[in-house]
Ligand binder design. Structure first.
Ligand code: GLY
Ligand code: MN
Ligand code: MN
Length: 431
């Protein structure tokens, strides 16, 4: 049932130098009183276990070749209120661990598991409370050294190993990401259809959230940005409380989380369904930049190449619009473009919307490999100012898709949402 997680545990175990890895899941967080935020397991823990209950810790003992889960015990009274728990016995059986114990036994059992081990890996330095707990196990072992026990002396960050593994998606992850992308895309289309002057941004957000939830994606992967007019020039605008004006653009940056995997799509379109001439001019530049960036993605190409391709198009566009003077090279060299384009071209996407994985190795950009997944999201944001023609004031445009790197090139698995002007205007046409 959990053969992919089993395989991932084996792959990690092979990298532990015959030592031990310990990985806790995320804590539950209270919102107020006794009312928690919706629980989200730690992404690394979920990747290795598929086990979604809080208060769980995974231990991989490479020397013995055994996997151990610590989790909440069965508790009939608690389960009447808060729902089913697997308990150690069922968890071991159903999720494929060699051993499982109640979480309350963690501090008692860990010193024995660590005794005489060469190396210990955990999320080193990421959670002060867990670092302290690891130190307490080492202290117990060091106090026992006269009886011949020894604490590990080599320590490592287990997340650094996991980040590399998670960077290349396996077939189950790819299928899940495509599903998250599809649900997100359908919700964007519904939101585009529903948009009209006079609505509030949150009413369009409701279309997105309903679209996600209807397909089992009960949470967005991040707070949805539904930004009409000037609000689109605030990159992380999430207020979503303004009324949509006839003649303005609407920028929507939203994606669902499906089965713990993220979608992340941005579209920008006219509230009234028709682009003005100035909006059209800026839009075509951003779209050309996005298409240029996507076009170069394939295995072997360095990660900076799509961003460079987009930047050249955006810079030329800013010069053509009369917003910047000089040559493309000059605009890039001086950084003058940053007044209108101040973020990167994209990020890896997976269990986290801004997913893990180093972009450089030994100071050099690494190359795309099949199985990587990235967003491509150029934008232009033109705030009102005295030196900017009035027709361009408050135009904020971003276009974002999710792209899987394949053996032959790439697959844009979110582009069922219209992004060419004629497609958008056709979709929004009202009879
Ligand atoms: N929605 C977050 C991002 O696009 O990076
Ligand atoms: Mn986004
Ligand atoms: Mn993004």
């Amino acid at each position: 049932m959990y053969s992919h997680q089993l395989h991932r545990r084996e792959r990690l175990m092979a990298q532990l130098d015959g030592g031990v890895a310990v990985l806790p899941t995320a804590p539950e967080v209270l919102r107020n009183a006794d009312n928690p935020y919706p629980y989200r397991p730690d992404s690394h823990f979920l990747y290795l276990t598929g086990f979604a209950e809080p208060e769980s810790v995974l231990v991989l003992d490479a020397r013995a070749g055994r996997t151990i889960l610590f989790c909440r015990p069965k508790d009939e009274a608690n389960e009447i209120w808060n729902g089913h728990r697997y308990g150690p016995d069922d968890a071991r059986e159903l999720f494929g661990f060699d051993e499982a114990y109640p979480i309350a036994e963690l501090d008692q059992r860990l010193p024995d598991i660590l005794s005489g081990q060469a190396a210990l890996y955990w999320p080193l330095g990421r959670q002060a409370a867990f670092d302290g707990r690891v130190a307490s196990w080492l202290d117990v072992l060091r106090a026992r050294d006269r009886s011949g026990e020894a604490a590990p002396v080599h320590f490592g960050d287990v997340l650094a190993l996991l980040d590399e593994m998670r960077l290349i998606k396996d077939e189950v992850e790819i299928a899940t990401l495509r599903r998250a992308g599809r649900i997100s895309a359908d919700a964007h289309i519904a939101a585009m259809r529903a948009t009209r002057p006079g609505l509030y941004e949150y009413q369009v957000e409701a279309e997105l959230l309903a679209g996600f939830c209807r397909h089992g994606a009960r949470q967005p992967a991040y707070e949805s940005i539904v930004a009409g007019g000037a609000n689109a020039c605030t990159l992380h605008y999430v207020g979503n409380h303004s009324r949509l004006n006839d003649g303005d653009l609407l920028l929507i940056d939203a994606g669902c989380e499906f089965s713990a995997y993220a979608g992340d799509i941005t579209r920008t379109f006219p509230v009234n369904g028709r682009f003005s001439a100035a909006q059209r001019d800026v839009y075509e530049i951003v779209l050309a930049a996005q298409l240029a960036a996507i076009a170069v993605i394939k295995p072997g190409v360095c990660l900076n190449v799509p961003g460079d391709a987009a930047l050249a198009v955006l810079s030329q566009g800013l010069i053509d619009l009369g917003l910047l003077a000089g040559s493309v090279e000059g605009v890039i060299e001086s950084g003058a473009y940053r007044r209108f384009y101040m973020h990167g071209i994209g990020h890896f996407i997976g269990l986290d919307v801004h997913d893990v994985g180093a972009r450089k190795q030994n100071g050099q950009w690494r190359a795309f490999e099949a199985g990587m997944c990235t967003t491509v999201e150029p934008g232009l944001y033109i705030r009102a100012a005295d030196d900017i023609p009035a027709a361009l004031h408050n135009i904020g445009i971003r276009i974002e898709d999710d792209v899987l790197v394949t053996a032959k090139g790439h697959e844009v698995y979110t582009d069922s949402v219209p992004k060419h002007i004629v497609e958008i205007e056709t979709l929004m046409e009202r009879l």
